[in-house]
Design a protein around this ligand. Structure first.
Ligand code: PHE
Length: 467
């Protein structure tokens, strides 16, 4: 059987770039990036993230997409095709989305809650202090919203309406970008005066976000920022878990991988930075530096409603639009996470699509409910090796992004850098006459720099190396 002919493929480079961007741009950019940047004090996190994105992120994204296109296989079998000893990378790569999906749904549920809140005109109530913690502290309602988000993703997977989503992305993604720019600009115009007379402005906040502040920096805090930036990069680009291998396997042979990878990266990074400009200045204006450092996963849900409230009547409309688009971006990403799991189940166990999707829905439902209960029934405080206090959601996030993804990335780099050769990837990119940029950098990255950095970070992340 000729698998090449049976595999459906993207209609062209644009279809591929949009689908990959749909997977990449999601809660990672809008929710995760700003809260990590705030927690890590802005500037330094941003600089590290950018450096990593255009060296390391570029290399990894290119590698995975090229592996996919070369082998024309999903992740579970693709790595084995490259080298028989590398099969396990695909297995691990399938476990990671299973860990991410439940908490992605929990946050997707929060987005739905805020969207319905704005739609029913409760925008100002949601801007009040304590609203968010009150909501996640409830036992039943976060679970219900989580289930709604999961149901939407499962529906898309069951009904196979991915094509429709792809088409809608063409309009919604650019619209999201415009909206994010408008809110970001507004955020910069905010001012707030505390009861003691101190005034802070959005521009002060922007400075904190853009300019690294090394004051009081210790080796320990430097490395936690680096670890955060690295974990964020994996999450945001959807790499190190096989998703991009799967997407690569659908890319036509004549498309220009060099250009596509650059486009995906620029789009993903731009949305993240804009989300930072949208959220950080606002948090700083209303809550000061303490507000920034005390921020956690709730940041987007606490600070943005305040920005919308400050906008007056228009803020209510913008709030509706904004959360609607975040929801859409989250769905396109959630679907890609679920698709990765479902296709792996189908390949590995020979399940039908329905059975695989049903099974994953049940798993995500159960674990997702446990994640929601982590803020009430099952509440505890666990200190992670990077010093942050975590609940169940943060633990799943940490285990996948800071421990397992680096492991997959190390293995991928060793596989391509040493066991086979970087020329496999370069050859795949250049086979249709395309010139691959940054070739030397690419070789250095996969062979030496990335694995060395990753091993070091992994050891730190799992807490083996004391501060
Ligand atoms: N990259 C997506 C985001 O930024 C999340 C995601 C993670 C998607 C893993 C697929 C796989 O939200």
């Amino acid at each position: 059987m000729n698998t090449k002919e049976k595999r459906n493929s993207f209609s062209g480079s644009l279809g591929f770039v949009l689908a990959a961007a749909g997977s990449a741009v999601g809660l990672g950019n809008l929710w995760r990036f700003p809260y990590l940047a705030a927690k890590d004090g802005g500037g330094l996190f941003l600089v590290m993230y950018l450096i990593l994105a255009f060296t390391f992120g570029f290399s990894l994204l290119m590698t995975e997409i090229a592996i996919g296109r070369k082998t024309r296989q999903g992740p579970l079998t693709a790595y084995g095709r490259i080298h028989p000893s590398a099969k396990w990378i695909g297995v691990l790569g399938c476990l990671i989305p299973m860990i991410i999906m439940p908490y992605y749904c929990a946050i997707g549920g929060w987005v739905i809650k805020y969207l319905t809140g704005f739609l029913s005109g409760q925008g100002s109530a949601m801007a009040e202090d304590g609203y968010f913690s009150g909501f996640i502290g409830e036992t039943v309602s976060p679970v219900i919203f989580m289930i709604i988000f999961l149901a939407i993703c499962a529906f898309v997977i069951f009904a196979g309406v991915n094509k429709g989503i792809e088409r809608m992305s063409k309009f919604i993604m650019p619209a999201l970008l415009v909206l994010v720019i408008i809110i970001a600009i507004f955020s910069l115009t905010l001012t707030h005066t505390d009861t003691d007379g101190t005034t802070r402005t959005g521009l002060d906040g922007l400075r904190i976000f853009l300019i690294p502040n090394m004051e009081g920096m210790t080796a320990q805090s430097f490395f936690s920022v680096l670890m955060d930036a690295m974990g964020q990069l994996f999450f945001s680009l959807s790499v190190a878990m096989g998703i991009m291998v799967a997407y690569g396997s659908y890319v036509p042979d004549d498309s220009n991988l060099n250009k596509s990878v650059t486009q995906i990266e620029i789009f993903d990074t731009a949305v993240a930075i804009l989300a930072g400009i949208m959220i950080l200045p606002a948090v700083y204006t209303f809550m000061g530096s303490e507000g920034l450092s005390a921020s956690g996963p709730g940041l987007m849900f606490i600070s943005l409603p305040k920005v919308f409230a400050a906008m007056g009547g228009a803020g209510q409309v913008i709030g509706c639009l904004f959360f609607a688009m975040v929801l859409f971006a989250a769905i396109t990403s959630g679907v890609s996470i679920m698709e990765a799991i479902v296709s792996s189940f189908m390949d590995r166990f020979g399940f039908s699509r329905k059975k695989a999707a049903g099974l994953e829905t049940i798993i995500a439902l159960v674990v997702g409910a446990i994640v929601c209960f982590g803020y009430n029934l099952l509440y505890f405080e666990q200190t992670l090796p990077n010093g942050t206090t975590a609940q169940i959601l943060d633990i799943l996030d940490y285990v996948s992004n800071n421990c397992l993804m680096p492991l997959v990335a190390i293995a991928t780099c060793i596989l391509i850098g040493w066991i086979t050769s970087p020329n496999e990837v370069i050859g795949e990119v250049e086979k249709n006459g395309v010139h691959m940029n940054r070739k030397m950098l690419y070789k250095m990255m996969v062979r030496v720099i990335a694995p060395a950095l990753l091993v070091f970070l992994l050891i730190k992340s799992v807490g083996l190396l004391a501060p």
